[in-house]
Design a protein around this ligand. Sequence first.
Ligand SMILES: [Zn+2]
Length: 402
Amino acid sequence: MHDMLTWLESRETEMLDLAQNWADMNTFSANHAGLDAFSQELIRAFTVFSLPVEMIPLPPYQYCDTNGELRQGMAAPALSLSQRPGAEHQILLVGHMDTVHPAQGAFQKCVRLDNGMIQGPGITDMKGGLVVMLFVLQALERCPWKDRIGWRVIINADEEIGSLSSGGLLTAAAAGCHLGLVFEPSLPNGDFVSARKASGNFTLVVRGKAAHAGRNPQEGRSAIDAAAAWITEVKTFFRDHDELTINMGQISGGTARNVVADLAVIRFNVRFHQREVQTYFEEQLPLINHRIAGEHRVKVELHGEFQAPAKPLTDDVRKLFGFLKEAGVAVGLDLNWHASGGVCDGNRLAAGGLPTIDTFGVQGGNIHSTEEYVVPESFVQRAKLGLTFIHMWYQAREKQSE
Ligand SMILES: [Zn+2]
């Protein structure tokens, strides 16, 4: 083990250069040309394993446009490779190549900051994590105990838009594996995320009837008035469920000040930890929709779904955090973890029944902003931690099967 950790330490410059080159390539979720180019770059990097890399086309996803009409969107294909699929212990390693940073705009290239950090689009979330994954696997392949471990890598291109197309692939892949590792960044202080909330994205489309605001307003039925009443009612109704957060993220509608609005579109997000909360929400929301539709004589349609179920801290996951703590001590890190309201592909793997730790990527902060930065030392630290963790997990499983 010691030799492998030393080998990882000797790769630091290579890791940092690779992460910066990757972050300099724009891979905004809607930038399919950029995602194609980056996929080729990833395939090149993964040739070190001499394994075939598969590009998996994904089903289209549905979304609601600004006119309240349902449309289909296409996600770029996911990349997949596997090593020793017949081995006793199977690990699924997951990452995403897309970022939230648009191809237009000033934030495109990495810079070294005066405080030693590297700032760059997606360097932390999660090009840096992909680099850590690549080097953990290279180190693993140099270990004599690797033969009883098989692994599969899946890198999707639609995580930042909810993995709507790749979610099914991830959950299905989880079923055949024993350990899930997702290379999302750790929290800014290096801590891990344990439990995660469930999340659903919805669009409410309200259709009323247009009329002149001065001549015949009584003949119109305002979709905006109905939408406003709906928001108030929903917020009031679920107010006492502190478990449940409902965020009205975006609202649009109407055409002009002197026209009774015939359309309003509300985009909102719902999060919670407990499964029962979802059931309650799904029972009550249609009743509110129906009531508002009747009172305001408008049509109300609800689109969307709960994409990711909650990721609870199960006994199996607790056991993994035990190995993580030990692995941390072995490489000189004092690690802790907390629950989070955030959602990631770890939720998808948990939905497939796979015990998963989903913050194995690099340490950094201000992600999803133009101030995103990474802590350079964390590349080697996290790679050493990842390899040590896998070794401990493997030893415990071997012992168990004796
Ligand atoms: Zn991410």
